[in-house]
Write a protein that binds this ligand. Structure first.
Ligand code: ZN
Length: 423
């Protein structure tokens, strides 16, 4: 068995690395090789220099490793935008079955999803393993290509994406996809296929807006379900489609940590208490910010404007609520992808009401309690009254259109509290 890893073959100009991998698989088949599986691995979304979507690809095949390297190199040269300064592809070819990947490469893959790697270290490990490899530009893609080689053995949870591609002369033109057929198919296949549409905004989330070769991509837990949706979508003619096994929708990027331990460039699940109430700031671009606290440590959190209605849930948090927040930390701020309400504050302290006349009492001075000017009644401090909450315990998430590729939709299950899925 041979594993071909590819990375950094896409670019801002619209080329998509899944397309390059699909071409590699197609050409290996044309040369008589069997292709068992194509893997789409989303690496740490927080990594600097990331390619669009930060995807690395692997092709599992019985092709001879030398043939695999030459076919992959040829496809990268032909389809990847290797002349673009920001595109630095790498190809790594391993001559062993995917499940028999050496421990060092498995660890490399785990770290590539949650942490950072250097190109130099990648090249060193590739040489130590005796893998074939090729690089273009500064060959930064070697990092992800090696991670793609190790991914199958590194992770247990996988989902599927069936991607249909456009005919080449249509690239860059508006996509012709019948919206109603997408919504009908999405409804039928939910929740085995997810993030196909956003039913509140009416967006067909599966159809990209970028100029590249993807017509649409259907994601789900089951290959049959994504095929069913793909078959039912009415659109311009597709130039083939490819099924990818992927870590999309698995939360593979999140690590559990205490609030005091967080650092930039990683993504976390963090418990804390709301220390500063959520607020839109003037000139804040529609982002909602609040502060989370655990002991003496605090962490600013933000729900960005594109997370849309998710911000309404965030805004309902109050000081004292206990939550678990999930997201990437950058510039010392956690960018919320989802959160779980663990406990809600049920009362609030208010200025007391006079028992005699029913009017608001007034402060009698700092630390002097409150009194009624008219009746002369006095009380030692603020009163507690129940507060109505329009949040419930459990998980809340961003809508499908704002979801990071690797983030797990609540509808997939396996969460430790009730869920409030967006669809
Ligand atoms: Zn009174």
């Amino acid at each position: 068995m041979t594993v071909v890893g590819l990375d950094d073959t896409d670019s801002r100009e619209g080329m998509c690395s899944t397309y390059v991998a699909a071409r590699v698989a197609e050409r290996l088949r044309e040369r008589g090789a069997a292709v068992d599986r194509q893997l789409l691995v989303r690496l740490n979304p927080a990594v600097e220099h990331k390619t669009r979507g930060n995807a690395a690809l692997a092709v599992h095949t019985d092709a001879d490793p030398d043939l695999a390297l030459s076919v992959a190199s040829e496809a990268v040269t032909e389809f990847a935008e290797v002349d673009t300064a920001n595109t630095n592809p790498g190809v790594v070819v391993a001559d062993h079955p995917p499940a028999a990947t050496p421990r060092e490469v498995v660890e490399w893959a785990c770290e590539a999803v949650r942490d950072h790697h250097d190109r130099e270290d990648a090249l060193e490990l590739v040489d130590a393993m005796g893998y074939g490899h090729a690089g273009w530009g500064n060959a930064r893609g070697t990092v992800g290509a090696l991670a793609a080689v190790g991914a199958w053995a590194a992770f247990e949870e996988w989902t599927y994406e069936l991607i249909s591609y456009r005919e080449r002369d249509r690239w860059g033109t508006p996509r012709e996809v019948d919206r109603d057929s997408v919504f009908a198919a999405a409804e039928t296949a939910y929740p085995e296929a997810w993030d196909t549409v956003d039913s509140e905004t009416g967006d067909a989330v599966c159809v990209p807006n970028t100029p590249g070769p993807v017509l649409y991509g259907i994601r789900g837990d089951d290959p049959g379900a994504v095929r069913g949706v793909s078959d039912a979508v009415e659109s311009e003619p597709a130039d083939g489609r490819a099924l990818f096994v992927t870590n999309q929708g698995t939360d593979a990027h999140l690590r559990n940590a205490h609030l005091a331990e967080v650092r930039d460039g990683q993504a976390y699940r963090i418990d804390g208490v709301v220390a500063e109430a959520p607020a839109f700031r003037k000139g804040g671009g529609g982002h909602v910010r609040f502060t989370l606290r655990d002991g003496d440590a605090t962490l600013p959190c933000v729900a960005f404007e594109p997370t849309k209605r998710f911000r309404d849930h965030v805004r309902r948090l109050r000081v004292g609520d206990r939550i678990t927040a999930c997201g990437e930390v950058a510039d010392g701020t956690l960018k919320l992808e989802k959160f779980a309400v663990r406990s809600l504050v049920g009362t609030e302290r208010v200025v007391p009401t006079c028992p005699g006349c029913g009017r608001s009492m007034e402060s009698a001075g700092r630390g002097q309690g409150y009194r009624c000017r008219d009746c002369g009644t006095a009380t030692a401090g603020k009163a507690e009254q129940p507060v109505a909450r329009d949040l419930e315990p459990g998980w809340y998430e961003v809508p499908p259109g704002a979801r990071r590729h690797v983030a797990k939709p609540l509808v997939r299950g396996g969460f430790d509290a009730p869920v409030h899925p967006e669809r």
